[in-house]
Design a protein around this ligand. Structure first.
Ligand code: NAD
Length: 349
């Protein structure tokens, strides 16, 4: 498995493999770019079929973090780590401590945080071995939420701010009476539903777990539809908050919404789908710009800050998106391409 010839290799600065036999840890850390500051990116634990799959994931995800940090206006670069294993069956305290020691070998060039399969408790074990573990203790609160280290409240608020900016840009309206379909009402989606309900939006929701939609139905008067109907619902906005790759030629052809603005990562099945959105007159708010509230939260956890400073930083997501939409109109480029170009202008030396 050659690294420099790997299709996902993109001038990554540092890629390191680590094995701790006693702790049962096999992990990879990739630092993509540190021009703007030390690399930050969550640690993902996943039952990868082999190390090739894990390497592909860590190379791709660490690059994504460089773009996200640049657009979030935080002095951070992009990195990511992956642990090969099943988080339900293979995880142990010793493994997490060993992961902490691995992160520590980067001497502060890489900070880790939460991602799929890793909890705040796991990070606290890692933090016993390294000072370069972020997101263990949220200090500041968005809109009165008591945070516990999980950045979902900040992600949801950033998504709300971004969705509002997209609606203003495309529909020339505020959120009063605007119909929004939320795919997935989990940590982020349910909080987004609350913000939207408070702003006067009408909600349609879907989730594969009935207890999640029940909350949205009861608390926010949301209409519930089945998972296969949510993307084609008769609404103004679709907010994907469940999983990636859901915007493709088929779902786009059936979409009635004029705006796509949600928190899920990697919503477009392929980069060229961004152009198809533009041609269909659907405004796509680039996901990594919209869902950056989490990284902004973690940045504020690492310094002396305040609730107000965190909130105003998250609110900049709206301005950044408006700048992307305006440039997309001027240059007749898809919004996802404009966002990538703007990020590269910021982090390239
Ligand atoms: P979550 O697991 O709490 O919520 C996801 C919800 O989607 C769950 O309730 C799940 O049942 C539901 N779901 C799964 N498949 C579905 C389907 N086919 N149709 C409808 N619903 C479905 O996750 P989360 O933390 O709320 O994150 C949501 C998305 O936002 C993910 O893509 C995540 O990567 C992204 N994101 C989250 C954060 C964060 O701070 N939590 C930050 C950045 C990006």
């Amino acid at each position: 498995m050659a690294l420099f010839e790997h299709p996902e290799f993109d001038n990554h600065e540092h890629v390191s493999f680590y094995h701790d036999k006693d702790a049962g840890l096999k992990a990879i850390i990739a630092v993509h770019n540190t021009n703007l500051g030390p690399a930050l990116g969550g640690c993902r634990m996943w039952p990868y079929a082999n190390s090739e799959e894990a390497l592909t994931d860590v190379l791709r995800l660490s690059k994504g973090m460089t773009y996200k940090a640049a657009m979030a206006e935080v002095p951070l670069g992009g990195g990511k780590s992956v642990i090969i294993g099943n988080p339900r069956a293979d995880k142990s305290m010793n493994m997490m401590k060993a992961m902490g020691r691995f992160v520590d070998t980067f001497g502060g060039a890489y900070y880790t945080a939460e991602d799929s399969g890793i909890s705040v408790q796991d990070l606290q074990y890692m933090a016993e071995e390294s000072q370069y573990i972020a997101g263990t203790q949220a200090k500041y609160h968005v809109r009165g939420e008591v945070a516990d280290g999980n950045p979902a409240p900040s992600t949801a608020y950033g998504t709300f701010v971004g969705l509002k900016a997209a609606v203003e840009s495309k529909l020339k309206s505020d959120l009063q009476g605007v119909r929004v379909a939320i795919q997935g009402v989990g940590h982020v989606g349910l909080r987004l539903a609350r913000h939207l309900h408070e702003a006067g939006a009408e909600l349609v929701v879907s989730d594969i777990f009935p207890e999640n939609v029940e909350q949205a139905e009861k608390q926010f008067n949301a209409k519930v539809v089945s998972p296969d109907q949510i993307l084609s619902a008769d609404v103004d906005v679709v907010a994907p908050c469940a999983m990636g790759a859901i915007i493709n030629e088929k779902t786009l052809a059936e979409m009635k919404a004029r705006v796509i603005a949600g928190a899920a990562n990697n919503q477009l099945s392929e980069e060229r789908i961004g152009k198809l959105c533009q041609q269909a007159g659907i405004l796509y708010a680039p996901d990594y710009v919209l869902n950056a509230g989490g990284i902004i939260d973690i940045h504020h956890q690492r310094m002396e800050s305040s609730d107000d400073a965190l909130r105003s930083h998250i609110e900049k997501i709206g301005d950044t998106l408006t700048a992307i939409f305006n440039r997309s109109d001027r240059e007749q480029q898809a919004t996802n391409i404009v966002a990538n170009n703007m990020a590269e202008e910021r982090f390239s030396k």
